[in-house]
Design a protein around this ligand. Structure first.
Ligand code: GDP
Ligand code: MG
Length: 446
């Protein structure tokens, strides 16, 4: 499985400072295989791997991390983003911005957990947000299904609209909506009939229901155990209905969650809730980062990455402050450390924006925006200097500059520009010596 695969590769990738094509290829191949084994659809896997490769190349391996951990960090972040982490918390919230009753329409195959989820949602909305909820079933094909909804509604303590099993689904939904209006319900949740597989009649029926009641939320319910099939089912529902969100059920099972990845990829819609038991309290607001951890099964490497970054930054700031206090000079080694840290804090301009006014003035003078774009190249220039040159930049004369430029693959002007940036930074550091680097670093880390 994925955990074993990754563990193996993580072990083989020790002691490298940067993620490269060479040291990540094998690992990415393992991740690819593992995702396929977890029933994630091929195009989804392909897209994912190429995104990870792009993000990972050239990443520094921070502090105590191994390259394997650093790569898993990238994979985990990317997975979390695909799961919706980059959409923010807002994405999981149900929309009620409409004239009540807010209609929630449930869609999905038979047996995925629609009826159960109606009960869970009803309970959740009644408890958490004190909404007055009405439920109704349009599953006229199976009288037991209507009875089942009645039971879970009673358990959830919400009102249930009893539909005539001889009526048509659209008529039932309209009648329930009318009832909800007259009785001042805040929310009407409509449970629908599913089929065991994709079925033209079912899609037409749910589309007609959607048109008749214009729901503010159309939730696609999908079983986490569905595997490869999730792709086709999700695509069909997504094309037939303007879905607003996804509920992923049966996450208490042993499914790795490959379906989650596929469904997100196919629909682009946020996963809003996760079903985690058969009981009515088994509903959770979906957590993308946790889902990413589950799919990878490697614990929270991201937290480790963040911790390593903080430790390295704070340590470096302490070292520099000590050095400056004891009369040491701010040399190119220090400059390079500063450059790297500023990169990780959103670039030079972001860094300087957080500094006191007198330093911001100095920053404008130094044309920091341009510097921002050149940080990587500046690092390259410093890398091609000798240790002596880094400690005493004033010994760098014209001939040495040419050699350094050639070594870094840049023009001599760039070496000059880097040195003048350094001098500006050095004069800022002199002013800051008494101000306390540590205080500044801490305040920036929030
Ligand atoms: P529907 O046909 O889509 O309405 O599905 P149901 O709500 O009737 O659920 C089908 C089966 O799945 C029932 O036995 C439920 O108890 C079970 N079920 C639904 N959601 C979950 C869940 O999150 N976890 C588990 N373990 N079982 C669930
Ligand atoms: Mg049902």
């Amino acid at each position: 499985n994925l955990t074993q695969r990754l563990a193996k590769v993580v072990k083989t990738m020790r002691g490298e400072a940067r993620l490269t094509e060479a040291n990540t290829t094998e690992m990415l191949r393992e991740i690819r295989l593992a995702l396929l084994e977890a029933d994630v659809a091929l195009p989804v896997v392909r897209d994912f791997i190429s995104r990870v490769r792009e993000k990972a190349m050239g990443e520094d391996v921070i502090g105590s991390l191994t390259p394997g951990q650093a790569l898993v960090g990238v994979v985990q972040q990317e997975l979390a983003d695909i799961m919706g982490a980059d959409l923010g918390k807002e994405a999981t919230r149900l929309n009620f911005a409409t004239q009540p009753p807010a209609v929630i329409l449930m869609a999905g195959l038979q047996g995925v957990g629609k009826t159960t989820t109606v009960g869970k949602l009803a309970r959740y909305l009644t408890g958490e947000t004190r909404k007055k909820v009405l439920t109704v079933s349009t599953d006229v094909y199976r009288p037991a299904a209507i009875k089942q909804l009645e039971t879970v509604s009673q358990q959830a303590g919400v009102d249930f609209y009893a539909s005539e099993s001889s009526a048509k689904p659209v008529e039932i939904a309209k009648a329930a909506l009318d009832h909800a209006r007259r009785h001042y319900h805040d929310v009407l949740i409509i449970d629908t009939a599913g089929r065991l597989g994709i079925d033209e009649e079912m899609m037409q029926e749910i589309a007609a229901l959607h048109e008749a009641v214009t729901p503010i939320e159309t939730l696609f319910v999908v079983d986490a155990m569905l595997g490869q099939d999730a792709v086709n089912v999700a695509r069909t529902f997504n094309e037939a209905l303007p879905l607003t969100g996804i509920v992923l059920t049966k996450l208490d099972g042993d499914a790795r969650g490959g379906a989650a990845l596929s469904v997100r990829h196919i629909t682009g819609k946020p996963i809003k809730f996760a079903g985690v038991s058969e009981k009515l309290d088994g509903l959770e607001v979906f957590d993308p980062a946790r889902m990413a951890n589950r799919i990878l099964g490697m614990g929270d490497i991201l937290a480790l990455v963040e911790e390593a970054r903080k430790t390295v930054d704070i340590q470096a700031a302490q070292d520099l402050e000590k050095k400056l206090r004891s009369g040491g000079r701010f040399d190119l080694n220090d400059f390079k450390v500063q450059l790297t840290q500023m990169q990780s804090m959103g670039g030079l301009s972001g860094f300087l924006g957080k500094m006191p006014a007198q330093f911001q003035q100095a920053a404008q003078h130094a044309n920091m925006d341009q510097a921002n774009r050149h940080v990587r190249r500046m690092e390259g220039i410093i890398n091609s200097m000798t240790p002596a040159e880094r400690r005493r930049p004033d010994i760098i004369k014209a001939a040495r500059k040419r050699r350094i430029a050639a070594g870094a693959g840049v023009q001599v002007q760039e070496v000059n520009r880097m040195l003048s940036q350094y001098e500006q930074m050095q004069s800022m550091m002199k002013k800051m010596k008494s101000g306390g680097m540590m205080k500044m670093m801490r305040s920036m880390k929030g």
